[in-house]
Every structure is written in structure tokens, then in C-alpha cells.
Design a protein around this ligand. Structure first.
Ligand code: NDP
Ligand code: GDR
Length: 354
């Protein structure tokens, strides 16, 4: 008999990659999905199996991290060997607008899952993965950031994830639950949500190339991130839960890139030659040689508190898990731009995010 996994956030970017990976390893995968007025299962469409079929290996349950009774009942029914808690209000900028909801789902939601494992007496059976984040490092204390670097969260999202990180450690120490944190640096893909900066840029580069959009407005172009590919990172999540002892691991590429550089690469890959003409109220941003300005800075996208630079040191994961990211940031940009161009070509009605 293969193992059974429960993935919260299965409809998100990482949930889709992880579900595919676990199904490929012979798992039966249960996913938590939220009720929504329109379909929210687009990312897992290719994995979907008709529940009328005999023995489907991907099974979806309605649920929400803010509903304890619902979580308890699903976990009791599924009796998972492994829980991957990927569900979250995951947008840093949005967390300044919905801080209380973000705390409820991203912090207390984790407590609800751990309590369900404890109360149901599954502490010896069920292993728990918490989707922790490089946002915990926030205001720079050390470069590169590793497992021992002090945390200094800079957003309601990061503060909620700080609680989640520590409650995971506490339930491991207090109750002996096999509970681990993956402290993952930014990871992207063609399935990345459209309002995160990488996807916003690659979609816009594709749309501008195809004449469907005139310009793109962005916030802080100086921010630097350690960008990897989601496909590589879900393999690290799985490897973390296969260790005999639970522990916390950084997953990162070790390379940091500015948003500005990402923009230059994306537009170059779309075949648009851009020149940088400065940043600020009276300056123009990124323009083409013929003077058409394609990318402008709009202060509305600035955050009340920003994380300036992230770059991770994944030595521990390399040594203990044998984990190594395969895709470079440069290849990631190429893949995302190519996917967005072909998606727009296939669907003339698609609009790009501005
Ligand atoms: P996404 O935003 O793409 O996916 C988030 C998922 O969580 C979606 O399935 C969403 O459902 C679901 N969700 C949101 N709120 C709730 C809730 N209250 N109850 C149940 N489900 C909910 O995020 P990613 O896939 O990029 O990230 C996965 C996890 O990893 C998140 O926890 C994120 O914070 C964390 N993380 C991500 C990193 C990254 O670079 N991608 C880096 C480090 C950590 P719906 O589809 O209905 O919106
Ligand atoms: P981040 O990702 O905040 O790192 O969180 P995001 O892509 O939103 O921002 C990265 C950097 O780009 C700057 N930026 C912009 N960001 C957005 N979204 N839109 C813009 O127009 C824009 N212009 C500049 C931001 O200010 C920031 O510095 C992601 C999420 O996946 C989290 O859930 C996860 O925990 C972390 O990565 C690691």
C-alpha cells in the first residue's frame, strides 16, 4: 500500500506541483480546497480524476484553515501519513490590507492542524510539513540567510508565519510530533499567481510583445530575491518529511537578483529591447529605443515596510537531504516568458495584469 498525503493549499502553485510529484511516487493524495464562486482548480486540472472512477488517487475535500471542526473531521477521515500545510494568504502586500485574516489562516490555521493531529492521537503516525518562508528573515541580519540567522519579520504575513514556524517547533518538542519547517526562498513557475512580481512581469512582457498591453506598472525595482523553480522546491518538501528526525531546513538557490534585472531579462526573452531611463516622479522607467516607455514605477506598489534583499544558504539541505535546485533564475525567466506567450497566443481573450 502506498502512503497517503493531505495537502492543504492544493489549488495553489506549490500544491499543484507537489500533488503531481506525490502521485508520481505512488501516493494517494487528498487535497483541501476552498469553496469559491468560480472554478479554482485550474492548476490541478491535468491531475483531476473523476470521483466516480474506481480508486481515484487524487481526492479533494472542501475546507478552510479557519475552520477547526472541518480540519479535524478531514484528518480523522483521511488518517494521513503526511500533511503538507501549504495553504495560506500568501501575498505579502495584501497582508497589510487583511492582517487579521492573514493571522487567522497563516498563524492560527497551523495551530488548528497541529491540534487536530494531537487530539486525534495521530502524533506517532502523521508527519507534518509547514510552509515557512524566507520572509521570516525580513530586515537583514546576515547574508546569506541560513537556519541560524535571527528572524526579523517585516509584514503581517511574515509575523503570522513566525508564529507558524514556532508553533511547529513547539509541537515537535512538546508532543514528539514529526513536524518540520521548510524555510523556502521565493520559488516561481508558469503557475505562479498573477500578482506576484515575476509572473506579473512575464505576463506583461508577453502581452506587450503581442500588442495586447501598453505598459506595466511596478513598485520597488531595487528589491532583490533568491528566485528558484517551484518544481525543484516541492521535491525538497518531500525529502524533509522522509528524514528519520524532524528538523528545519532552508531551501534556496544562493543567487540573488533584483526586480529590475528580472524585468530586463523577461523583456529581452520576449524580444523587446528596453533601455533604463531612470526611476522617480519625472523620470521614465524602462523605454524602448523609439522612446515608448513600457515599464513605470508606481508608488502604490511600495510596501509600508520592505524586505530589501534575500539570499539563502541551503548547505544543510544539500548535505542532509541531498537536495539541489536544478533550474537557474535565468532559465526560470525564459520558461515563464515562453509559457505566457504561448498561453496568450492560445487564448486571445486573456488579459494581462497591470
Ligand atoms: P499560493 O498563493 O499559490 O497558494 C495558496 C493556497 O492556499 C491556495 O490553494 C489557496 O486557495 C489556499 N488558501 C488560502 N487561504 C486559505 C484558507 N484560509 N484555507 C484553506 N486554503 C487556503 O501560494 P504558493 O503555492 O506560492 O505557496 C504555498 C505556501 O508556501 C504558502 O503557505 C506560502 O505562504 C508559502 N511560501 C511560498 C513561497 C513561494 O515563493 N511561492 C516561499 C515560501 C513560502 P485558493 O486557490 O482557493 O486561493
Ligand atoms: P514576496 O513576492 O513579497 O517576496 O513574497 P512578490 O513577488 O510579491 O514581491 C517580490 C519583490 O518585488 C517587489 N515588487 C513587486 N511585487 C509585487 N507583488 N508587485 C509589484 O508590482 C512589484 N514591484 C516590485 C516587492 O516589493 C518585493 O520586494 C513571495 C510570496 O510567495 C510569499 O508567500 C513567500 O513567503 C515569499 O515570496 C518567500
Amino acid at each position: 500500500m502506498g502512503k497517503t498525503a493531505l495537502i492543504t493549499g492544493v489549488t495553489g502553485q506549490d500544491g499543484a506541483y507537489l500533488a503531481k510529484y506525490l502521485l508520481g511516487r505512488g501516493y494517494q493524495v487528498h487535497g483541501l480546497k476552498r469553496r469559491s464562486s468560480s472554478f479554482n482548480t485550474g492548476r490541478i486540472e491535468e491531475l483531476y480524476q473523476d470521483p466516480h472512477e474506481l480508486d481515484p488517487q487524487l481526492i479533494l475535500h472542501y475546507g478552510d484553515l479557519t475552520d477547526s471542526a472541518n480540519l479535524m473531521s478531514i484528518i480523522q477521515q483521511v488518517q494521513p501519513d503526511e500533511i503538507y500545510n501549504l495553504a495560506a494568504q500568501s501575498h505579502v502586500a495584501v497582508s497589510f490590507e487583511v492582517p487579521e485574516y492573514t493571522a487567522n489562516s497563516d498563524a492560527t490555521g497551523v495551530l488548528r492542524l497541529l491540534e487536530a493531529i494531537r487530539i486525534l492521537g495521530l502524533g506517532r503516525k502523521t508527519r507534518f510539513y509547514q510552509a515557512s518562508t524566507s520572509e521570516l528573515y525580513g530586515k537583514v541580519q546576515e547574508i546569506p540567510q541560513r537556519e541560524t540567522t535571527p528572524f526579523y519579520p517585516r509584514s503581517p504575513y511574515a509575523v503570522a508565519k513566525l508564529y507558524a514556524y514556532w508553533i511547529t517547533v513547539n509541537y515537535r518538542e512538546a508532543y514528539g510530533i514529526h513536524a518540520s519547517n521548510g524555510i523556502l526562498f521565493n520559488h516561481e513557475s508558469p503557475m505562479r499567481g498573477e500578482t506576484f512580481v515575476t509572473r506579473k512581469v512575464t505576463r506583461a512582457a508577453a502581452a506587450i510583445k503581442l500588442g495586447r498591453q501598453d505598459r506595466l506598472y511596478l513598485g520597488n525595482l531595487a528589491a532583490r530575491r533568491d528566485w528558484g523553480h517551484a518544481r525543484d522546491y516541492v521535491q525538497g518538501m518531500w525529502a524533509i518529511l522522509q528524514q528519520e528526525e524532524p528538523d528545519d531546513y532552508v531551501l534556496a538557490t544562493g543567487e540573488t537578483t533584483s526586480v529590475r534585472q528580472f524585468v530586463e531579462w523577461a523583456f529581452a526573452d520576449a524580444g523587446i529591447d528596453l533601455r533604463w531611463e531612470g526611476e522617480g516622479i519625472d523620470e521614465k522607467g524602462f523605454c524602448t529605443a523609439s522612446g515608448r516607455c513600457r515599464v513605470e514605477v508606481d508608488p502604490r506598489y511600495f510596501r509600508p515596510t520592505e524586505v530589501d534583499i534575500l539570499v539563502g544558504d541551503a548547505t544543510k539541505a544539500r548535505r542532509q537531504l541531498g537536495w539541489e535546485p536544478e533550474t537557474s533564475v535565468r532559465d526560470l525567466v525564459r520558461e515563464m516568458v515562453a509559457a505566457d506567450i504561448s498561453a496568450l497566443q492560445r487564448n486571445p481573450a486573456l488579459k494581462a495584469a497591470v
